[in-house]
Design a protein around this ligand. Structure first.
Ligand code: SF4
Ligand code: SF4
Length: 152
């Protein structure tokens, strides 16, 4: 049951970012016990076509929650969209479905991975370019299909 009313989502302050990718490395530690960043990070810092840094990460909207065939995607008590690795059968449907491409395929295990709003990236950022902010779930639930953010 979806009881949480609020959720913490990442906010990016592009003007403070220097592109060091310490955030990606910290995220890789959480998900893969590695400091590779890049494809092993749920948060990506990319450059837009004007050379400005932008963040690409799950916004906890939860559009994927109802489409997992085995119910492996749920909101936890804090409102964060979580993938239960013990239930997931690795069908990758959520990876293909996510309208912003923020459910990431892993090349080392069958289940995908995503941002869990743990704040590891926020703590790792040397310039305070990242922040976790609390928002009302009702306000972000609105279905907005916008362009895929990961145009590397
Ligand atoms: S990959 Fe796992 S979490 Fe994603 S839709 Fe398939 S079973 Fe559900
Ligand atoms: S750690 Fe901070 S400054 Fe470095 S790339 Fe990430 S957001 Fe930008």
């Amino acid at each position: 049951m979806d009881q949480a009313k609020t959720v913490k989502i990442l906010k990016f302050h592009a003007e403070k970012c220097n592109g060091c990718k310490e955030c990606e490395k910290a995220c890789s530690q959480v998900h893969f016990k590695s400091d590779e960043g890049g494809d092993k990070s749920a948060i990506r810092i990319l450059k837009d076509k004007n050379g400005k840094y932008k963040m690409h990460v799950c916004d906890q909207r939860g559009l994927c929650l109802d489409m997992c065939p085995v119910g492996a995607l749920k909101r936890n008590k804090k409102g964060t969209v979580i993938l239960n690795k013990n239930i997931c059968i690795g069908c990758q449907a959520c990876v293909g479905f996510c309208p912003i491409g923020a459910m990431r395929k892993s090349d080392v295990r069958i289940e995908p991975f995503k941002c869990i709003s743990c704040g590891a990236c926020v703590r790792a950022c040397p310039t305070n370019a990242l922040e976790l902010v609390k928002v009302n779930i009702d306000d972000i639930k609105e279905v907005v299909y916008y362009k895929k953010g990961a145009d590397e």
